[in-house]
Design a protein around this ligand. Structure first.
Ligand code: RIB
Ligand code: CA
Length: 344
């Protein structure tokens, strides 16, 4: 069955992998892509989305521009994590595609109304665009079939503050408004993919080797921490080449931050959950976002035991089969690479 999906992202390196995965899935109708400011400014996010779509010959998918910045907080970006243009060392061919006239919040509303009760929402960036859409039309949440959010950290250290995960920390007010609007009044409880789980989905160089080989790309390259920083891939397959260039930056970033020469694939995992929630174990919880704590602003707090007396408004993804996730991710993206690289 074809699933209709609306993708809201702050492309970004792992958002890019999520987008390639979604484009590779032949059973998914990507209704639209919302570009939300986060990893990089909104216009860079939009340009990256357009460039990937152009490379993958999918220019028919509309890309929408989100707000300039968060609802309240000043915008913070993280080029040190994702590269000056948000795609690591990749130098994507510039696209002649342009963003749609409809802005991202209205695109959310249009998609939800056009596919009332069918649409799967996936957010792998700050929740600014989605929260703005809900402010414009509070009926949006109950029109969605499913919402999956990559965000939050519950029982692990934050990656932006000691307690806050990036997507939430960029726009805590938006996250608070989204969590308050779902899991109530007929709106589905979002499936939340937090760092607790997404940091176990750690790409290693061998995964890139397997992907290149499965794509029929040559030469098959093995990024190594002893390589000269920033060397560019010479893979003959364009998807593999740009993906390796993007991932090499991410591998170097994690290595430089004592995580090891690996790359947390937060967003592709959330994309896989959006299409097949059964790949993750989940638990119900009431989730809130701290907004005023001097030390804890942006923290996601989960009441897993009913202490607050309310009802669960979210399901937190807690476990998955990481090997199976990578087997599927590699096979799926390799199929796209073969198609685009002409060796389908
Ligand atoms: O904390 C990880 C998340 O923040 C990922 O979505 C990454 O792309 C950044 O947006
Ligand atoms: Ca992201």
């Amino acid at each position: 069955m074809t699933q209709r999906l609306f993708f809201d992202c702050d492309t970004g390196i792992d958002d890019s992998v999520a987008l390639l995965y979604l484009l590779a899935r032949t059973d998914v109708d990507i209704v639209g892509i919302a570009s939300t400011a986060g990893n990089v400014p909104v216009d860079v996010v939009a340009a990256n989305n357009l460039a990937w779509l152009s490379l993958c010959e999918r220019g028919e998918i509309p890309v929408h521009r989100g707000p300039d910045g968060p609802l309240v907080a000043p915008l913070m970006t993280t080029e040190d994590t994702h590269g000056p243009l948000g795609v690591g060392y990749a130098e994507l061919p510039t696209s002649d595609l342009v963003v749609a006239d409809t802005d991202a919040p209205d695109a959310w509303l249009d998609a939800a109304q056009a596919h009332d009760g069918e649409l799967v929402g996936l957010v792998t960036g700050p929740l600014t665009s989605l929260a703005t859409a809900i402010r414009r039309d509070p009926s949006l949440p109950r029109r969605l079939r499913r919402l999956v959010i990559m965000g939050g950290a519950f029982h692990v250290h934050g990656n932006t503050t000691p307690v806050a995960e990036w997507n939430i920390a960029v726009d805590p007010e938006a996250a608070a408004e989204v969590f308050a609007a779902f899991g109530v009044d007929g709106a589905p409880a979002p499936i939340v993919c937090p760092l607790d789980l997404t940091e176990t989905v750690a790409l290693l160089p061998d995964h890139l080797v397997r992907l290149a080989a499965a794509a029929g790309s040559t030469p098959v390259e093995y990024p190594d921490p002893t390589d000269e920083a920033g060397i560019r891939s010479v893979a003959d397959n364009p998807i593999v080449r740009h993906l390796v260039d993007a991932m090499r930056f991410y591998l170097e970033f994690h290595d430089a931050h004592d995580e090891g020469y690996l790359a947390h694939l937060h967003d592709p995992f959330a994309a896989m959950v959006a299409l097949d929630p059964a790949i993750a174990d989940t638990l119900p919880a009431q989730v809130g976002v701290e907004l005023t704590g001097a030390l804890t602003r942006g923290m996601t707090v989960a009441d897993e035991r009913g202490m607050w007396g309310g009802t669960p408004n979210a399901r937190i993804a807690t476990a998955t089969d990481v090997d199976a996730v990578f087997d599927h991710l590699i096979e799926t993206i390799a199929s796209l690479a073969r198609q685009i690289g002409g060796s389908a």
